[in-house]
Ligand binder design. Sequence first.
Ligand code: MN
Length: 715
Amino acid sequence: MLRQVELVERVLSYDPQADEDLLNRAYIFTVKTHGSQVRASGDPYFSHPIEVAGILTELKLDTATIITALLHDTIEDTVATKEEIEKIFGAEISVLVDGVTKLSQLELQSDRTKQAENFSKLLVAMSNDIRVLLVKLADRLHNMRTLHFIKKPEKRVRIATETMEIYAPLAERIGIQSFRDELEDLAFVELNNEARKSILRRLEYLRSEGEDVVSNIVETLKQDTQEAGLQAEVSGREKRPYSIWRKMEKNNVTFEQLSDIIAFRVIVSTVEQCYHVLGLLHAKYSMVPGRFKDYISTPKRNNYRSLHTTIIGPERQRIEVQIRTNEMHETNEYGVAAHWQYKQQIGDAVKEGQQYRWLRELLEILEEASDPDEFLEHTKLNMYQDQVFCFSPKGDLISLPAGSSPVDFAYAVHTRVGDTCVGSKINGRMAPLRTVLRNGDQVEILRSKNQTPSPTWESFVVSGKARSAIRRFIRHQQRDQYIELGRSIIEKAFRTDGKPFTEKALNPVQKVWNVDSLDDVYYSVGDGTHTSRQILEIVFPGEKKETEKTAEVTLPKTKAPRKSKNDHAVPIKGLIPGMAMHLAGCCHPLPGDRIVGIVTTGKGVTIHTIQCDTLEQFSEVPERWLDVSWDTEGEELQVGRMTVVMANEAGALSSVTSTIAANNGNINNLVISNRSQDFFEMRIDVQVRNVKHLTNIMAALRADPVISSVERAVN
Ligand code: MN
């Protein structure tokens, strides 16, 4: 385990300005808070965060990241709180520690293996700061180094699989080759140790066979570059068992040549020298066609840069040579962190704000165009900001468009789940169905067999699947409503005409209109395409005049309103927006108001108050009038509209709103329609139960001295 001084010295060696005091405090804090906790290895727990911090010093990361590493398990596993950390270490560090904690909690929650891709997207989406991701990767690396201490084999396999599928590709993606290599090999030990062992045995053999060969080649290549007047570092590096294995798996080949296991590296100072060395080698040795790759002019997506070529080398061996500059080498091994560090060293003094330049550079790299077959397609840090990832109670990860609600979630699980959802629990707590979900939320859908989709859901769902399912249902339900409405209109017309109503009587209508079913007849009357009078004309031809005279329906406005008899009136039940019956926007009828329905082709029936001026437009078409009555004093709230004139003085408006609230009215909308020096005129829409409720509110308002008048707004 790294001692306190060692850690601090390491940081100071690459960042002389580092906050030594704060580093010391973090070291002591983690030792103290983890106290006597022990790891599976038997080591004190705090050795883990300290090692993680040590790993991150290899990437030469800033003090905040190193401290975050030291503290990364304190919120999760000790009594320490985010607030405490903020107080001692400041807001930046507490946000970072909190970020790492959240990622760790996700790990616990998810049943990831089948959902590797979603899960890594989630990790990226949740790491608002790339440093959170770096700490997480280092955390995983240390856990993998100590994986063999874990006793349960299933647990080891689970962690290793997760590492192989999620963390190693993520390390690769952000360009930290050294992390990826080690993560993969540690996971390989756990997941397929037999394969790994046989590769190692084979390597051993090839190595013993070619021991001199490798050093001879290195020597010769060195001489070649020296003769050309170049300063170059040359080395031969054995490839890792896992990368050999992957190649074998992919290409279905065995490995038998040196070029399969050793990569030779030539490291020089400048880009020009790279090409110089390349020209040199190609001139002196024969190159193997099809193996040359220029990742300098076209870097890999994760910013990997190097020249690769394969030649028949000095010992008549096929060898792979990688040519790169020092800076490229550092960047390839340690990612953008190293890249930034390098620039800082050769650049001017660190300017304020430049400190995190590598973060921005990483963002740029991540934003660059991508190879579709590489792991995280089109990854950029904020790429997944338009998605939200949530868990089912079983741990399935569901990805939804940002802004999604539990209803979207329910439909994403299954249409039937969506259709029958009545409520939701988010992270174990009851939450409204319109709640906006956040990354990592665990969502449980409560269902009831009797539930059907509510048209109001359409106003807040965002996923296409939910929206289309709800619409489909509404269309279906709307049809049922039109059919029911059409049938009651027809029955009523028969009654008013003194004729007995039978379904059989409608057979001729079905023939004349050429429709498939009786329901279609009802529907076309319900939606206003046909009128009940047209039906009577078909069923009782020749009695037209008679029918017209008695044409039941109600009164043009000029006449005194006839009391609606319930057996003649079509009852209005709970009104649902978008359904066959809807309330007119002009007069806002309320339960208790005297009302009349107007049949509008294709739109069903619009309910107006009998005073409404709009009705005059329909005085010439009595067949479109429909006698309707309130079925119940509706429990659903309706909108009542008032015109209020009030004094233009301080506090007047708040007095009005509090009077409305005191009378259980809910203000829906408030528009100032006129304003003078002394008075305001406003239109206020309030949600009320019925007309009586509205009248009460108006009476209360009239009692208020700042109010000069209150009227029910008509049109
Ligand atoms: Mn940890």
